[in-house]
Design a protein. Structure first.
Length: 235
């Protein structure tokens, strides 16, 4: 799968894309990431990529021409989606990551800066995406989160692929607690059921932990999961 990042700061991605499972996935050509700088497509001597907003106001706005030129310089795979990272977009979700990992062969991610991008960019964008209900200094941070979330789902990135289906949000619930050796540390012990060897009891305990944890920490997810459970019973 091919990822194209349109970013004013290509160096932002250097270290993260060389680290951990993502770095290994890129080395094994499970995915490829290319970064294109809109500044390389400016036509003025100062290589200006931003300007004052029409109508006045604080801050600067990213110019549309360099971004579109950068976008048009990229190869175009058959199943391509162009994404703009913006706080105004739809929130990233695990289901979106799965959709991208299976339905497209190229993601182009435009990283915004300043007060945003000239609104006319929406004429060449397929989807606006947000990391959450907050504002960051740049679009590179959420873009990196998106890359990580999608690449880890591609076949070959995670050795035990079945483990992906036990992640938080996969079943509509948060993940269950995890423990490892030693069995006791500073008086804190691992639950006895996990040391019992009774796989049916362990599975039952883990499921209940998922339900309890989601109800306590994410009431919104719990109520959504509960509604889905009721609907499934009625079918």
């Amino acid at each position: 799968m091919r990822f194209d990042l349109i970013s004013l700061f290509p160096d932002f991605f250097t270290s993260p894309l060389q680290s951990g499972l993502i770095g290994k996935a890129l080395q094994r050509h499970i995915a490829e990431v290319h970064v294109t700088n809109p500044r390389d497509f400016t036509t003025d001597k100062h290589h200006k990529v931003d300007d004052e907003p029409y109508g006045g106001g604080v801050g600067m706005v990213m110019k549309i021409a360099p971004i579109v030129a950068a976008l048009e310089s990229l190869p175009h795979k058959p199943q391509r989606e162009v994404i703009l990272m913006t706080p105004q977009g739809e929130p990233m979700t695990q289901s979106l990551f799965w959709q991208w990992s299976t339905d497209v062969d190229q993601l182009v991610i435009i990283c915004g800066h300043y007060e945003g991008v000239d609104e006319r960019i929406l004429n060449v964008v397929d989807r606006e995406v947000s990391l959450g209900d907050f504002v960051l200094t740049c679009g590179e941070i959420p873009a990196l989160a998106l890359l990580n979330g999608v690449i880890r789902l591609l076949p070959g990135t995670v050795a035990k692929r079945d483990s992906l289906h036990y992640d938080s949000f996969e079943s509509g619930l948060l993940d269950y607690p995890h423990y490892t050796r030693p069995a006791e540390f500073r008086g804190w012990t691992v639950p006895e059921v996990l040391r019992s060897g009774n796989h049916a009891a362990i599975a039952k305990w883990r499921r209940q932990q998922q339900i309890d944890r989601t109800r306590e920490r994410r009431r919104d997810l719990y109520e959504r999961w509960q509604q889905q459970e009721w609907e499934n019973k009625d079918e």
